[in-house]
Design a protein around this ligand. Structure first.
Ligand SMILES: NC(=O)c1ccc[n+]([C@@H]2O[C@H](COP(=O)([O-])OP(=O)(O)OC[C@H]3O[C@@H](n4cnc5c(N)ncnc54)[C@H](OP(=O)(O)O)[C@@H]3O)[C@@H](O)[C@H]2O)c1
Length: 241
């Protein structure tokens, strides 16, 4: 069915199989994609996740078109910082939400047309002001339930909402009528297939996307995780055993 991003028998390294911190891993040849020498290993590490994951969510599932306005939540994170760049590469106007003041400048550099610094997560007021009260066409949501209400308020008529992250475990409750009256589409996306992964290799090779990665030696794995938990890093952390 062309849905190779989701193998029903697949086991994710670091999810259901150990080895996420290892120097070598064994994979089926099917899962291998050639990486050109011009892309360093540290950057290549994140081509699949989060870069490919963000690409598939925006282009394949979210059907993002040039000229549309997109909102990215958790913009300073692994998925978020690459969603910002991919939206820009696809010709969209990009509104990036961050809770971290130290990431604002970098997010503008990565292509965000507007960076919404919103530690209180009440960013919908700013979104509406920036869209002449219309709201956005697409939301790529990497944060989940914590931002359910402001994301809903930020969406325009016929808006598409692609869920790709859920940072905390809470449920949300909503009245289905609010989706009906706005003609909203609630979508979700996980993983990436080889076709989209190859497209991401080309984006990086062509200079349209710069992988945002901080490398740490294996001995500093704990520090890397702490820094991620404190939202200090822009993009992803990679361990170099
Ligand atoms: N669908 C998939 O296939 C897929 C793939 C990978 C990951 N995920 C999921 O997606 C989510 C994000 O992953 P990630 O790798 O992007 O994580 P990450 O690198 O830790 O980024 C998350 C970002 O969200 C923001 N954030 C953190 N805590 C927050 C809070 N309490 N309230 C509001 N914003 C907060 C921060 O950005 P700012 O500093 O800019 O605010 C943070 O950098 C996780 O739930 C992960 O499991 C899904």
């Amino acid at each position: 069915m062309g849905r190779e991003h989701r193998c029903l028998k697949g086991q994710g390294i670091g999810h259901s199989v150990d080895g996420g911190f290892a120097e070598y891993v064994k994979l089926s040849a099917f899962s291998a994609v050639k990486v050109p020498r011009s892309i360093p290993f540290e950057e290549a590490c994140i081509l699949g996740c989060p870069i490919g994951v963000a690409y598939r969510a925006m282009k394949g599932v979210g059907q993002l078109h040039a000229g549309e306005t997109v909102l990215v939540t958790g913009a300073g994170g692994g998925l978020g910082s690459h969603s910002v760049q991919i939206s820009k590469a696809l010709g969209a106007r990009v509104l990036a939400v961050t809770t971290s003041s130290h990431k604002v400048e970098a997010l503008s550099r990565l292509g965000a047309d507007h960076v919404l610094l919103s530690p209180g997560l009440d960013f919908h007021w700013e979104v509406l002001a920036l869209t002449e009260e219309r709201g956005v066409d697409l939301v790529v949501d990497t944060v989940g339930s914590l931002v359910f209400q402001p994301v809903y308020e930020s969406l325009g008529q016929f808006g598409r909402w692609v869920l790709i992250g859920q940072l905390e475990g809470q449920n949300v409750s909503f009245n289905p009528a609010i989706f009906i009256f706005k003609d909203l589409s609630l979508l979700a996306s996980s993983g990436v297939g080889r076709k989209d992964l190859r497209a991401c290799v080309r984006l990086v090779q062509g200079g349209k996307l710069t992988p945002q990665v901080t490398a740490f030696p294996l001995e500093e794995a704990k520090r890397a995780l702490e820094l991620l938990g404190q939202r200090q890093l822009l993009g992803r952390a990679v361990l170099t055993p």
